[in-house]
Write a protein that binds this ligand. Structure first.
Ligand code: 5GP
Length: 174
């Protein structure tokens, strides 16, 4: 695995979806600001930066780093917190911003974890959601694109730390 096979989502498609999601978030949280965006490192950093700049209400930021994959591309099901939040979230409205939902294990764990810390609400915004996977049942309130079960890179997503800076999303050849 290693070379780009085809473009799955163009810059233009991503840009218009990001604007659409930001407009919904702005409306939904208008009377609950400030909203705390929790970006999941590293994959969500580009999506988060673009999304945040289109949101029209006051927002705060924090980041977490989680590990469930190790260096392979198969989900092990074990989620470890590599970097925790810097701020208290008790009473806050939290929106988790994630690059991609595969099995949903990572987000299912995280949503429960943040809710247990006393957040006023915890919702999920994910740019990509893979179809045809056995999933943990998690409600992704803000979903960008439903994509086939292929390994994708670009727009923050990597393969062995490469390709994160591609401005579009591509499929890697097997
Ligand atoms: P889940 O816990 O939902 O199975 O896995 C979610 C995490 O797996 C994502 O945050 C991402 O880091 C990684 N992941 C899942 N599918 C892909 C993919 O197609 N490409 C890349 N680069 N990472 C993926």
């Amino acid at each position: 695995m290693g070379e780009i096979e085809e473009t799955l989502l163009t810059e233009e498609q991503i840009r218009s979806k990001v604007c659409e999601l930001a407009a919904r978030i702005t409306e939904d949280y208008a009377d609950r600001a400030p909203l705390l965006l929790v970006g999941i490192l590293k994959g969500a950093f580009i999506f988060l930066a673009d999304l945040a700049r289109e949101i029209g209400i006051p927002i705060e930021f924090d980041f977490m780093a989680l590990s469930s994959y190790g260096s392979s591309t198969k989900t092990s099901g074990v989620v470890r917190i590599m970097k925790d939040l810097d701020v208290e979230i008790k009473g806050k409205h939290v929106l988790i911003v994630e690059d991609i939902v595969d099995t949903g294990l990572t987000l299912s764990y995280l949503q429960r974890n943040l809710a247990a810390r006393g957040a006023a609400s915890v919702e999920i915004c994910a740019l990509l959601n893979k179809r045809g996977r056995d999933k943990v049942d998690i409600p992704v309130k803000y979903e960008g694109f439903s994509i086939p079960n292929v390994f994708v890179v670009g727009y923050g997503l990597d393969h062995a730390e490469r390709y994160r800076n591609l401005p579009y999303i591509a499929v890697l050849e097997k």
